[in-house]
Design a protein around this ligand. Structure first.
Ligand code: MV4
Length: 480
């Protein structure tokens, strides 16, 4: 491969290009009219405007992107995450045009895009699943039968759903009929597919996912787990690797289960197998994401591998250059997604101009960033500015570094999730490792950040006053 087109924008386009360049491969950026001066455009060897600002006129225009790739003699297309990354038709169209799609075959994308097809596919592989039914269900009596077998509360899920969309908890039998009718009609209008199924509702789950990578020679490796239990409305905000609760035995079991999920669909490339873990540390397969994930850096920091480099190598047909025994966890990494959103105002997007934008630096600090001082944040896309990642020998060290890095990240002009990050990483429940997916709902309110800001402002005022009085020689504090 001599030339790779990155079909994405923002921090992930920049991150992918860094590795492509490191490998001595030429880079092609595509961009919308809103992104003319964006970092990913300036970093690329070649850059082509593919349309107007809205995603459906630019970053989602698979046909246009393939046309550009053919014109510039591109050998491979890296889709990043979001946009076209899990679009089976796009992956197929890329391959049909003689270009390598840096990702799995469209068959695997299609299977894992449907929760029911995924369950069906992994069935014979002895993967733990949440008790329930693994086929589309419309009959209320059948649903009642399953529900009384597994016990209430139950969860109705849409097969085509994702990220929590189309889920409905049912507490008792008399609510099942109306719950199902609503779930089916919601799924039909949201996804054009009304298939729903029923599972036992796991009450206080933790979200633990396993990074896998497969080559075209039948090798599948896992790169241990990430924990992403701190979410709000199914949007991850804080991630870490490894999870603070896994034992080596559980880690091995989950890693092996994840590899089996990958094998079940002839997976190639980087993928993530999501599990739920209940309070008794039972784990259940949920779904597989067939892309490089936002939170992949925490895995890179604890394993020392460059996952994008491996993606490119396996896409070129090379065998994975290591064995499972060669992989080990070294240290601990935490990540905060820095969004231009206002944590004091229901996390509404806070777009505007980055009047001040200075990144924290130092040993153990990594910032995967897509912005520069002075830039406007486009309203058209996901408002994530960057990912702040810190690495330490221990979890405590990584968390301390994170709190320091948040203080050293200077942003003016928009509200961000940085203060929310300080709240999470300073919180006793997070620090002790005793938390689940209800963390934000249980502990967070805007007042928590207001209190924090007020306390910080008080300290700042005291320091300023002291300095003022010192400068005027009005006070002398005892010194030694
Ligand atoms: C569940 C569950 C409890 N029980 N399934 C949310 C998104 C989708 N990936 C699956 N999800 C869940 N499935 C059963 N049987 C709870 C969730 C869930 C959740 C999962 C992971 C991370 C955060 C979550 C927040 C709320 C609910």
């Amino acid at each position: 491969m001599k030339k790779i087109l990155i079909a994405n924008r923002g921090e992930i386009a920049v991150r992918v290009m860094k590795t492509v360049k490191k490998m001595g491969i030429q880079t092609v950026a595509v961009f919308s009219e809103a992104d003319r001066n964006a970092p990913h455009v300036l970093l690329a060897d070649e850059a082509v405007c593919i349309g107007e600002a809205p995603s459906n006129k630019s970053y989602l225009r698979g046909d246009k992107i393939i046309e550009v790739a053919k014109e510039l003699n591109v050998d491979g297309i890296h889709p990043g995450y979001g946009f076209l990354s899990e679009n089976a038709e796009f992956a197929e169209a890329v391959e049909n045009s003689g270009i390598t799609f840096i990702g799995p075959k469209s068959k695997a994308i299609k299977i894992m895009g449907s929760k029911l097809a995924a369950k069906e596919t992994v069935k014979e592989y002895d993967i733990p699943m949440v008790p329930g039914i693994d086929e589309a269900i419309t009959d209320v009596d059948k649903a009642k039968e399953i529900a009384s077998e597994v016990g209430y509360p139950i969860l109705i899920k849409a097969s085509a759903g994702g990220g929590g969309k189309g889920m409905r908890i049912v507490e008792k039998e008399e609510d099942l009929e109306s719950g199902m009718k609503r779930a089916i009609s919601e799924a039909t209008s949201a996804f054009g597919d009304g298939s729903v199924f029923v599972e036992k509702y796991v009450k206080s789950p933790r979200h633990i996912e396993v990074q896998v990578m497969a080559d075209t020679h039948g090798n599948v490796l896992h790169f241990f787990e990430r924990e992403c239990s701190v979410q709000r409305r199914h949007q991850k905000v804080v991630e870490e690797a490894p999870s603070s609760i896994l034992t080596p035995e559980l880690r091995k079991k989950m890693g092996e289960a994840a590899c089996k999920v990958a094998k079940s669909c002839d997976y190639v490339g980087a993928g993530t197998v999501e599990f739920l873990m209940d309070a008794d540390h039972n784990f259940y397969f949920l779904e597989m994401n067939t892309r490089l994930q936002v939170e992949h850096p925490v895995t890179e920091l604890i394993t020392g591998v460059d996952l994008v480099e491996l993606q490119i190598k396996v896409a070129r047909g090379e065998a994975l250059p290591m064995k499972q025994e060669d992989l080990a966890i070294n240290g601990h990494a935490v990540e905060l997604r820095v969004y231009a959103e206002d944590p004091l105002n229901d996390f509404l997007p806070s777009v505007g101009n980055l009047e001040t934008y200075q990144l924290p630096m130092g040993e153990g600090v990594r910032v995967d960033n897509g912005f520069r001082e002075g830039m406007d944040i486009p309203i058209y896309y996901d408002p994530m500015l960057s990912k702040l990642i810190t690495y330490g020998k221990t979890r405590e060290e990584a968390i301390e570094l994170m709190l320091e890095a948040i203080q050293n990240y200077k942003i003016k002009g928009v509200q961000t999730t940085l203060p929310f990050g300080s709240f999470v990483f300073a919180h006793e429940a997070f620090r002790s490792g005793n938390f689940d997916t209800h963390f934000v709902k249980t502990y967070y309110s805007p007042e928590k950040i207001k209190e924090q800001t007020a306390a910080e402002a008080e300290v700042a005022a005291m320091i300023a006053l002291y300095q003022y009085l010192e400068d005027k020689k009005l006070v002398r504090l005892p010194s030694n």
